[in-house]
Design a binder for this molecule. Structure first.
Ligand SMILES: NC(=O)c1ccc[n+]([C@@H]2O[C@H](COP(=O)([O-])OP(=O)(O)OC[C@H]3O[C@@H](n4cnc5c(N)ncnc54)[C@H](O)[C@@H]3O)[C@@H](O)[C@H]2O)c1
Ligand SMILES: C[C@@H](O)[C@H](N)C(=O)O
Length: 364
């Protein structure tokens, strides 16, 4: 048996009895190497299911992703976390823990005690709410990212961080917007997301961190509400169409923005998490499904609700939307790792109305 294969007490006995006449420094070096080696050999995610922590999991994207990941990797392997109190349904659906993204020590403890392999980092303040509390947005979006980056490096975790169309600005080409181009966003949300992209890619090159990042368009879902972004109108409009047949839109009728149905968003995350690292030629990829304006969305809704009316009263979110991509070029994601979406505008409208109709029918 060589010294590296011995248990710690045997090594100590071996050392103290000086069975062999070796130099103290050479032996103590080996001893240090042997005792600092982890006792448990970590099997790769291919041999057993990864253990996954989702931060900010009670938002628009987190609940659906937790469900999808639990189906794929096992219920107990996906730990939801947030600073919010979960509903009874969420609490009873699988592991849920409190985790403030600003509390490094608490995150560290969670990663260690739950044997986490992957982190999905969703905690953030979105574009519209971020402008109303810039100091908090800076802390959550930037300091929070630093915490997960550093812990992912220390514990050799795979880290997924979503970025956004909001990471571009008025000097970026807007139709279409490619992956690599000028990025000079004019919101704290956008600035923090460019920072996240660059820091993640830096850690990837510098430390070999398995960092993966997708830039999402506005995400549209029926079972979760959006968290204060510029694209929220594309969810609200369905609720109002069914509730009162009328919607007052805070964007101009011709404001074109990239969008995606939540199932396609979740599909893209599941896919990017599984792509072999060597296949990823970029650290950050655009993904999208469609682009439409409020007027085009209203027209598509009228195919189902002919009397639906929309009026326009632009507010500060218009200024943000005017600086964002109108059409997103996601050809690299399609070519490099086979990204494809399933739902276009007409699919989206049918799915949303069918999903929400029973709720408003009940209230009639
Ligand atoms: N929804 C979209 O359209 C969209 C588009 C592009 C990118 N993204 C990105 O995806 C991620 C998730 O977005 P979402 O729509 O689910 O956001 P959301 O606003 O719905 O949810 C964010 C969650 O972060 C949590 N959070 C806030 N402060 C926290 C803190 N200190 N510690 C821990 N958690 C905290 C909130 O409680 C909330 O549940 C974000 O990073 C967002 O930028 C979303
Ligand atoms: C686009 C995305 O980042 C988010 N829905 C927002 O509008 O802020």
């Amino acid at each position: 048996m060589n010294i590296l294969q011995m248990q710690r007490p045997t090594i100590l006995k071996f050392f103290s009895q000086s069975y062999f006449n070796r130099s103290l420094s050479s032996l103590s070096n080996k001893l240090q190497a042997a005792t600092t080696k982890p006792n448990v050999v970590r099997t790769s995610p291919h041999e057993e299911n990864p253990r996954i922590l989702i931060t900010g999991s009670l938002g628009q994207l987190g609940t659906g992703l937790a469900k999808a990941l639990r189906q794929k990797y096992g219920l107990d392997n996906v730990i939801m976390s947030d600073i919010l109190k979960p509903t009874k349904d969420i609490f009873e659906s699988g592991p849920y823990v409190y985790a403030d993204i600003l509390d490094f020590k608490n995150l560290q403890e969670l990663i260690v005690s739950h044997r986490i392999d992957w982190v999905i980092h969703f905690s953030a303040l979105l574009s519209a709410v971020g402008e109303f509390n810039i100091p908090l947005a800076m802390r959550v979006n930037i300091e929070g990212l630093h915490n997960v980056l550093e812990l992912s490096k220390q514990y050799k975790l795979k880290l997924f961080v979503p970025s956004t169309i909001g990471a571009f600005g008025p000097t970026s080409p807007r139709n279409p917007t490619p992956d690599l181009t000028i990025q000079r966003p004019q919101t704290i949300y956008g600035v923090s997301k460019v920072h996240a992209e660059l820091m993640g890619e830096y850690y990837r090159h510098k430390f070999g961190l398995d960092f993966r990042c997708l830039r999402f368009p506005g995400i549209i879902s029926s079972d979760t509400n959006p968290g204060g972004g510029t694209t929220d109108y594309a969810v609200e409009i369905f609720h109002e169409a069914l509730r009162v047949g009328h919607y007052k839109c805070y964007l101009r009728p011709d404001t074109r923005l990239p969008m995606m149905y939540i199932e396609d968003c979740l599909k893209s995350i599941l896919k990017i998490l599984e792509v072999p690292n060597e296949q990823l030629k970029l650290g950050t990829y655009n993904v999208t499904a469609m682009s439409f304006t409020p007027e085009e969305l209203a027209e598509a809704i009228r195919k189902h609700i002919p009397n639906f009316e929309i009026e326009y009263e632009p507010d500060s979110r218009q200024t943000i939307a005017d600086t964002w991509p109108m059409v997103f070029d996601d050809s690299n994601a399609r070519n490099h790792w086979g990204w494809s979406h399933d739902n276009n505008l007409d699919d989206l409208v049918s799915i949303m109305l069918n999903a929400l109709q029973p709720i408003y029918a009940k209230n009639e």
